[in-house]
Design a protein around this ligand. Structure first.
Ligand code: DMJ
Length: 673
């Protein structure tokens, strides 16, 4: 069908159409013409000469080939991307934890829709978590790394000393041959978790194994360095005079024993990990491996040993990935279980961990409400890690039972519960302070831990906050500070424990997780009050309890302090709440307030030979009357929250992935946001 020459040569073949070409187009005449224009015209003619059916078939074939081409291009691109990404991740992980493959199953259950069940509670409308305005998404700092020295260092004596020590630590790091890699420094790769015989499902892996956490840490800043320096000073005293014992007595250069289980050391493990104190962590780890024995004829308090020991071991396991800590956590968890063998299943306050017996205090068969309802995060996590449901069942039963109890006042609970009858006792007294505080905290935190599905917990929490607003909130004079008082048989008392200062942080956490926006407003008002409990006092440190003035009186501040209440135990609640408030608002004033508090701890509670001490009199700067005791929560909580408060890295214990227990030990959220 193409050539004029052929056409000229004789009759056209049957299946060709004869075409008469002009002279310039005839090959024979005009010579070989292969110009683009000619070819285009020729093709077009050929196309026009096809039948309609032929054209349709060709068009269809073209379309079909084009579609196939697009599909195979996309899927090959994806495959190529995943091949290259995977090999990079694998290389990185292999360098950090030899033998660890990314093929490991996901650590936590697959994410679910956070608001899946909210239909049941129309009044509890959830908001979208607000994005913190100030923070960039930075790398996770869960890997231990010595803080970098390329920071802007200032002239403050403390800071310089801290840096010198850190340089020293760097040197030690380089010579430590026993370390596999820092993240895996203490991981013995062959150890595996051995689920107990009553195993019901596969145990979970530690959250540190998440690929997402394998990022470069953000360098610490000057304020964080000052916290590290404070920690090192406290640790120096503990190491020298109280190693392996419960608490340091820094003035008498000795120690005190509560359970005889190295409380301070265990409480401080994850703090050291987060601060990047490798050498100290390694030494403490050795003590846990060789000297921490739970098979002891000793009575321990169920709540205190759960939040400090079980909580501390579990979080250290998560951060370090070292199965030693899980093994120890399982051991203590099992030894605490006899506490739940009561007629009502409300646990006894005390357990003999060597004998396997439990009992209430000598003078009563009551337990404290906050104690029996603030062990759940830890036991539930132990079940998830071991695959053994018995821990979770025991503590969930307590919550379910308390949910149904009468004797509450608009969601506010009394302070005692009887282990025989399972009923509240001493009805009519309501506080957010001692003996009730962490009941409220754990309602919200369990709800978050479990993926926001356990509606009874949320319901109880929301009711309780309404109860607080209705019965316990008042304003002081002259500054009109919002505070949380107490109610005793219908009488309001303007007394507030420092312990109540956990509440602004908890309210802010709830608001961040979609609860009512007015919770955040209340949090803002309350944290201001908690700060004033420090700022209005002569030493700049809060007493254990304050009384607020309800009526303006000339020469009187908002805060009054009774002689019996003017001690300070180095408690964490205010800095804890400052940390949450800064994370969620980015308002630097919270960091500045925390900085003031740290300086006042340094001024009035620091013991030159090592350690910090509780004091008896926050109103006397010239003699604050040191008590000679450093509580374990100063290292476990107070300094940890300070360090986190001064950080701008939201991935340094990301609050959408971790929930802090009431002793500041971070545990993974099962269904992270
Ligand atoms: C800690 O043991 C815990 O924070 C507990 O919830 C309350 N008491 C101390 C700190 O003040």
């Amino acid at each position: 069908m193409y050539s004029g020459a052929a056409a000229a040569a004789g009759p056209p073949r049957r299946d060709f159409i004869s075409v008469t070409l002009g002279p310039e187009e005839a090959i024979g005449v005009g010579g070989y013409n292969n110009s683009k224009a000619w070819r285009r015209r020729s093709c077009w003619r050929k196309w026009k000469q096809l039948s309609r059916l032929q054209r349709s078939v060709i068009l269809f074939l073209f379309a079909f080939l084009a579609v196939c081409g697009v599909i195979s291009y996309t899927s090959m691109g994806e495959a190529w991307k995943s091949i290259t990404n995977k090999s990079l991740d694998e290389q990185r992980t292999e360098q950090e934890i030899p033998g660890l493959k990314l093929a490991n199953p996901a650590v936590l259950p697959a994410p679910q829709k956070a608001d899946a069940n909210h239909g049941d509670y129309p009044e509890l409308s959830l908001q979208k978590p607000p994005k913190p305005p100030h923070v960039r998404r930075g790398p996770s700092n869960l890997q231990i790394k010595a803080p970098r020295r390329d920071m802007r260092l200032k002239t403050r004596h403390d800071t310089i000393r801290a840096v010198e020590e850190l340089v020293e630590a760097d040197k030690v790091e380089k010579t430590e041959k026993s370390i596999i890699s820092w993240r895996g420094a203490v991981i013995e790769p062959d150890q595996s978790t051995e689920p107990p015989s009553s195993k019901i499902k596969e145990p979970e892996k530690p959250s540190s194994m998440e690929a997402e956490d394998q990022k470069e840490p953000v360098p610490v800043n000057e304020r964080q360095l000052a916290v590290i320096e404070a920690f090192r000073h406290a640790w120096k005293g503990y190491k020298e005079f109280a190693w392996g014992h419960d608490e340091l007595k820094p003035l008498s250069k000795s120690y005190s024993e509560w359970f005889g289980l190295g409380l301070t050391l265990i409480d401080a493990l994850d703090t050291m990990w987060i601060f990047g104190l490798k050498e100290e962590f390694e030494e403490a780890r050795k003590w846990v491996a060789n000297d921490l024995v739970f098979d002891k004829n000793v009575d321990v308090n169920l709540f205190e040993s759960t939040i400090r020991i079980l909580g501390g071991l579990l979080s250290t396991y998560h951060l370090s990935g070292d199965s030693l800590f899980l093994e120890k956590a399982k051991d203590i968890g099992n030894r605490l279980m006899p506490a739940f063998k009561t007629p009502s299943k409300i646990p006894y306050s005390d357990v003999n961990i060597g004998r396997g017996t439990a009992h209430p205090p000598r003078w009563t068969s009551d337990s404290t409400v906050a104690e029996v309802t603030s062990i759940q995060l830890e036991f539930r996590e132990l079940s998830r890690l071991t695959g053994d449901e018995k821990f979770k069942k025991a503590v969930d039963e307590v919550m379910k039972h308390v949910h149904t109890l009468s004797g509450k006042n608009d969601g506010l609970v009394p302070m005692f519960i009887n282990t025989n009858s399972g009923q509240f006792t001493h009805l009519g007294v309501y506080t957010l302070g001692a003996r009730a505080d962490s009941y409220y905290e754990y309602l919200l935190k369990q709800w978050i831990q479990g993926g926001k599905k356990e509606n009874e917990l949320l319901e109880d929490y929301m009711r309780a906050i309404e109860g607080v607003k209705k019965h316990l909130l008042q304003r002081s004079e002259p500054k009109k500070l919002t505070f949380v008082g107490e109610l005793a048989h219908g009488h309001f008392s303007a007394k507030m424990d420092h312990l109540v200062c956990f509440l602004p942080g908890t309210l802010a956490l709830g608001a961040h997780n979609g609860l009512a926006a007015d919770h955040m407003k209340l949090a803002e008002a309350l944290i201001e009050t908690c700060y004033q409990m420090y700022a209005q006092v002569e030493t700049g440190l809060s007493p254990e309890i304050v009384h607020f003035n309800l009526h303006a009186q000339k020469g009187h501040k908002d805060v009054e302090i009774k002689p019996a209440d003017r001690h300070n135990l180095l408690r964490p609640e205010t800095v804890e709440s400052l940390f949450y408030m800064y994370r969620f608002t980015g308002d630097k004033k919270y960091q500045d307030w925390g900085w003031e508090i740290l300086q006042n701890f340094n001024r009035y509670t620091r013991v030159p030979t090592g350690g910090y001490t509780s004091i008896n009199n926050v109103q006397n700067p010239s003699n604050p009357e040191p008590r000679d005791k450093m509580e374990s929560f100063f290292l476990g909580e107070t300094l940890k929250y300070m360090f986190l408060l001064f950080s701008d890295d939201i991935d340094l214990i990301n609050l959408d992935k971790y929930i802090f227990n009431t002793e500041a030990h971070p545990l993974p959220i099962w269904v992270p946001a």
